[in-house]
Design a protein around this ligand. Structure first.
Ligand code: AMP
Ligand code: ZN
Ligand code: FE
Ligand code: FE
Length: 282
């Protein structure tokens, strides 16, 4: 049985593989349709679509936008977006600028901690406009300050660690409205990032729905069985679409494979049609 994977990163943001290489891995994993969801950028989509045509894999244009609701950093995925629309790409460019304002401050803190690293080195390694903390983690790995991206986050980059610097982020409602304006379906990524549970989680997702959210990423590499069933029930109760994906990044998340997540992810291709139908209604 084939599967789909609606959450993938490439070298156009903080993934370590080019779109065509991600598509080649998807082919091996028997993925029939996928979405490229790079952070704040859509430039990887044409290469993915070309590779998809060659390999017989349907490519859904996507994006992932980070937002902050005052308590939790929430990532909003956008599917079937008009990815080459000028207004939408201008919004994304502004988000990338906010990364470029924050990142040098992170590098300053790393130097204060005694590490010999510069933002120019990070940008050279990243080779994209959408530079994120995983690129900084990659530089720390290259320079042998850490053995893994996880160690880079645990020791320096994660919230509460010495080199953490917050970024100006849009609200979830803003991210959702930008995606909707570009005729895309907005979906809450990895809902475990909501720092609320039970009724609080429900209230939060309900508010997102009122802001235009269309779905929840129920199936995700790191979800336990009980999280998956909890989010499935939540989506059902709130009448939201169900999506799923691996959040493949390559080297910075080496335990996660395209299509398979940590080995047991298997997103049903039947979830794709309702998503496409919802986008067609926008
Ligand atoms: P940024 O967008 O620059 O704030 O970086 C956030 C990204 O870093 C997330 O989207 C994840 O892909 C990645 N990330 C966050 N925490 C970790 C971690 N502990 N290990 C590896 N990657 C992480
Ligand atoms: Zn990422
Ligand atoms: Fe994310
Ligand atoms: Fe992601």
């Amino acid at each position: 049985m084939s599967r789909i994977d609606l959450h993938l990163h490439t070298t156009h943001s903080d993934g370590s593989l080019r779109p065509s290489d991600v598509l080649a891995l998807a082919k091996q994993a028997n993925v029939s349709a996928l979405a490229i969801t790079d952070h704040d950028i859509t430039t990887g989509i044409p290469e993915a679509m070309a590779a998809g045509q060659e390999l017989g894999i349907e490519v859904i244009p996507g994006v992932e936008i980070s937002s902050f609701d005052g308590k939790s950093e929430l990532h909003i995925l956008g599917y079937c977006v008009n990815w080459n629309e000028a207004a939408f790409n201008q919004r994304l460019a502004r988000l990338r600028e906010s990364r470029h304002r924050r990142n040098p401050l992170i590098l300053e803190r790393l130097r204060e901690a005694g590490l010999d690293v510069t933002y120019d080195e990070v940008c050279a390694l990243a080779g994209t406009e959408s530079v994120g903390r995983p690129h900084i983690a990659q530089l720390l790995m290259q320079k042998k300050y850490v053995n893994s991206a996880k160690e880079a986050f645990d020791r320096y980059l994660a919230e509460g660690k010495p080199a953490y610097v917050a970024r100006e982020l849009p609200t979830p409602a803003e991210a959702i409205s930008w995606i909707r304006e570009a005729k895309g379906v907005a979906v809450l990524a990895h809902p475990t990032w909501v720092k609320e549970s039970g009724e609080g989680l429900r209230t939060c997702v309900k508010a997102l729905k009122e802001a235009g959210l269309g779905g929840v990423e129920v199936h995700y590499s790191t979800h336990t069985k009980s999280q998956t069933s909890q989010y499935l029930e939540l989506a059902r109760q709130l009448d939201l679409l169900v999506t799923g994906g691996s959040d493949f990044h390559g080297v910075t998340k080496p335990d996660i494979d395209v299509g398979n997540g940590r080995g047991d992810l298997k997103v049903n291709p039947r979830l794709l049609l309702p998503l496409k139908e919802a986008a067609a209604r926008l």
